[in-house]
Design a protein around this ligand. Structure first.
Ligand SMILES: [Zn+2]
Length: 311
């Protein structure tokens, strides 16, 4: 993909230089057994794409309620007390993130304006290791996530390399579009937050008794697939103007969507698949909804909550 021309967003708080490397141990990364919660993570709240792989309780994902119980390994100062650089970072990864975020801002602003609404952009926190935020402790191993409480996207850029190295979700230059898809997915959660979808979904989950019930997980899946679809809407709308998508890009994003499908991740982690415990959707579902957004380019096409929606 080409992103040189994209406007760089200044809505970035860069804490990368400030890390004590908090989350060094524990085998790091994404290969943890599912459901064990054996990491002793202090908190967890994630609308991230692989949060569940750490045994995160799906019921807390949506509203960003947190269950921080005190200092844990990897604990660092709350971000308010830590040094950060505000604005677009100058290194290549930081520039890339600022460019994609900036482009999502411009694109969603136009989409909202066309519907007589105002898009209020999220902030994005870049960090290493671990950081305290509005949804508790963010850990690099959780993968990128969106926190509805403080309307921030949290991303450890090491995740970008993980997409390529560990998941083999993409190769070479096409990885940029996969990374952009992941970022756009998190922005998609912010869009959902602005539409009131997240709080609505959370209320529904509570009515089903919350935590980890199959119904509650099913609602979470719809939230996540819609964020995938919104990522597709962003790509479609932006591409109309910028023609930034290059051959191989969409295929790479499809591979990434498959690599982070619940069935793929569960098979990797535990050798079997438990559909009732899905929180993000299967590989096929994630691919399908990203594609729906990409083909249709309309928010209305992303109604994963419609009774008639074929997930
Ligand atoms: Zn998500």
């Amino acid at each position: 993909m080409r992103w040189d021309d994209f406007r760089r967003s200044d809505n970035i708080d860069d804490y990368r230089g400030d890390s004590g490397g908090g989350f060094g141990g524990g085998g790091g990364g994404f290969g943890f057994p599912i459901g064990g919660g054996g990491l002793g993570l202090g908190t967890v709240v994630v609308l991230g794409i692989i949060g569940y792989a750490l045994g995160i309780d799906p019921s807390v994902l949506i509203g960003g309620a947190e269950i921080l119980t005190g200092n844990r390994p990897g604990y660092q100062q709350p971000y308010q007390e830590r040094r950060s650089t505000r604005g677009a970072p100058t290194d290549k990864t930081g520039q890339f993130v600022a460019a994609i975020l900036g482009n999502t801002e411009d694109t969603w602003k136009a989409v909202f304006a066309a519907n007589n609404r105002q898009y209020r952009a999220p902030r994005l926190v870049l960090f290493n290791g671990a950081i305290q935020g509005g949804c508790g402790m963010a850990q690099a191993a959780m993968g990128p996530f969106y926190c509805p409480n403080d309307q921030r996207i949290y991303i450890d850029t090491a995740f970008f390399q993980e997409i390529e190295r560990r998941f083999r979700g993409c190769t070479g230059k096409a990885c940029e579009f996969s990374q952009a898809y992941v970022l756009a997915h998190e922005v998609g959660h912010h869009v959902q937050n602005q539409f009131g979808t997240l709080s609505q979904a959370r209320r529904q989950q509570e009515s089903f008794g919350g935590a980890r019930s199959p119904q509650s997980n099913a609602i979470q899946v719809r939230v996540e697939l819609q964020a995938d679809c919104y990522a597709g809407v962003w790509a479609a709308r932006s591409n109309e103007k910028w023609k930034f998508i290059e051959p191989g890009d969409v295929e790479a994003a499809m591979q990434t969507a498959a690599a982070i499908g619940d069935d793929t991740l569960q098979k990797r982690a535990q050798g079997r698949v438990v559909p009732d415990s899905f929180t993000h959707g299967s590989a096929a579902q994630r691919q399908r909804w990203f594609n729906v957004g990409l083909k249709e380019g309309r928010v209305a096409a992303c109604d994963t909550f419609a009774a008639s929606a074929q997930l």
